[in-house]
Design a protein around this ligand. Sequence first.
Ligand code: 2HG
Ligand code: ZN
Length: 467
Amino acid sequence: MSEFINGLRAIVGDRHAVTRKDALKRFTEELRGRYQSDCMGVVFPGSTEEVSRVIRFCAAHGMAMVPQGGNTGAMGGTVSTPEQLIVNLQRLDRIVEVDRVNQTMTVQAGCILANIQEAAKDAGLLFPLSLGAQGSCQIGGNIATNAGGINVLQYGNTRDLVLGIEVVLADGRVWQGLNRLRKNNTGYDLRHLFIGSEGTLGIITAAVLKLFPYPGGRIVSLIGVETVSAALELMVSMKSASSDRLTSFELMSQRSVETAVTHMAQQRNPFDRFYPWYILAVVDSTEPDPQLRSRIETALEQAWTDSIVRDAVIAESESQSARLMLLREDIVEAQKFLGGSIKHDVAVPISCVPDFMDSAYRAIRDYMPEAIPYPYGHLGDGNLHFNITQPPNMDREVFLGHWKTINTLVHDIAHHYHGSFSAEHGIGITKLDEMEKYKSETELDLLRDIKSLFDPHGILNPGKVIR
Ligand code: 2HG
Ligand code: ZN
């Protein structure tokens, strides 16, 4: 083994191939603590050329690799075994070019998402991908997992934000697909195979990202409603009042807001009582637009008159906007104060969300009456984190032992509404069973054929996405 490591060191330099157990922890610790992960070492290539040489070297030795960015994924996509090598892209952290006229940015895969957002902002532009882990996740990982976040409603998933990619293939060849064109209709679009492939088809080393005008005007509101159906009525009227400029339309349950207000020091009840559901709505415009603001106010007043809305606040300042937005972040963090939680990331057609919610609440009540649904999510995309927190008197581990059964209840209901068992977080190793259960044999055959075409010896992130 030491001969193997020495071979890697000859490629990347002594300091950039690590095997010390204490130094590996950060790369093998898994976000949700559900899986044991270990590896034979972590290698940090410093260029596309080095990634290519590492892959060739591993291929020659039959060594399986787990590509890794910021290690912030939720589905165990970067979990490794003691025989596998983690290939971490963090040294490829250069913003290569910002093209203000083309409105694109070319970046290396290891760039931290927040740094990309900053670089775009410095050029008066926006890179709209925005999610909780943005301070540490890397764009290569975002692309490999087709990350979602809170701005998908207006700008789409990562898939919609990537014009081109550079990928190192399983045999070490480099596919230079750094396309900067807005239109390029030349046969199969390979880029889309790699986006969302979770490192199973190749290692993404660079990308061309789409940028947008920076929204200098932002109207953030927090709204209390009685039902999810009312929230959807409100969405329709806010879309129209804002001329379809809704950037986020996020749903939070009473339980989640109450928990954040109780446990997070910086949170206060935004209204003088709690409501069954809350919406955080964000409307963006290039410049501050008083007319747009007054149209939003009128829409909210009308919704209040029509008994769709029970209460609403529109932020008066940037700091108030930030405070309202922090509530959405804090409800995720606050879950842990209720003990263990079993997570979901489903999507259903937006009009089916109320029925999905009713059925899912009923199924949980029937299965484990004391368990506490803690749903929230991206209502504007029909993507719900229908999370369940443990009954207060149950042992945490006993509760988490029901993970699979509770997942099945919720995923079956999403499936019934022609939904998805993974709308945002991908597959990793967490959702392998669901792939087999809910996808057709035809689709699974095609997916397996693609995997064996790109990675015939199964050395790229084996055992992830598809068995
Ligand atoms: C979010 O929407 C993230 O905040 C995390 O996708 C969701 O872990 C979760 O439940
Ligand atoms: Zn989410």
